[in-house]
Design a protein around this ligand. Structure first.
Ligand SMILES: Cc1cc2nc3c(=O)[nH]c(=O)nc-3n(C[C@H](O)[C@H](O)[C@H](O)COP(=O)(O)O)c2cc1C
Length: 127
């Protein structure tokens, strides 16, 4: 399957509600994942989940942000046309006190070749 290698100035942002439904994605995210914003909004974020990603990574992501902490890690995502791309993601828990709404925001940048190799090797040992 075809890899899209992020460029150094690619910066992919998405935001979910408390359940992980996408409420926002920026242009880089839409373009690289291969979806329009309209196609993404309202979908669960696992729409871009790649089968090579271990469950343990997302379990760790969710338990960290639900505790109100920031999670960082490497994620392999799939594109709409069946390709994939690696990102280094940082996920922030957000709390809008005015409306008492909790959301999560993920910001993703290009990982180095070595970081991708290390993440691939680590994820092969996890399930
Ligand atoms: C803000 C935010 C961003 C996320 N981004 C991704 C992502 O880019 N790719 C992905 O596979 N899962 C992402 N997730 C995790 C998904 O919600 C989901 O847990 C994961 O895809 C595994 O799917 P499953 O829970 O159905 O097994 C994100 C979650 C949050 C809160």
């Amino acid at each position: 399957m075809k890899e899209y290698r992020l460029k150094s100035d690619d910066f992919l942002v998405s935001q979910t509600d408390e359940k992980g439904k996408i409420i926002f994605a920026n242009d880089d995210f839409c373009k690289i994942a291969g979806y329009t914003l309209e196609e993404l909004v309202g979908k669960p974020h696992n729409v871009v989940r790649h089968p090579d990603m271990p469950r343990a990574a997302f379990k760790d992501l969710w338990s960290t942000v639900q505790r109100g902490e920031v999670w960082s890690g490497y994620v392999k995502n799939k594109t709409k046309d069946g390709g994939y791309y690696w990102v280094f993601a940082t996920v922030y828990p957000m709390h809008d006190r005015a409306t008492n709404t909790k959301t999560y925001l993920s910001c993703r940048r290009r990982p180095s070749d070595q970081e991708i190799r290390d993440a691939e090797a680590l994820y092969k040992t996890l399930s």
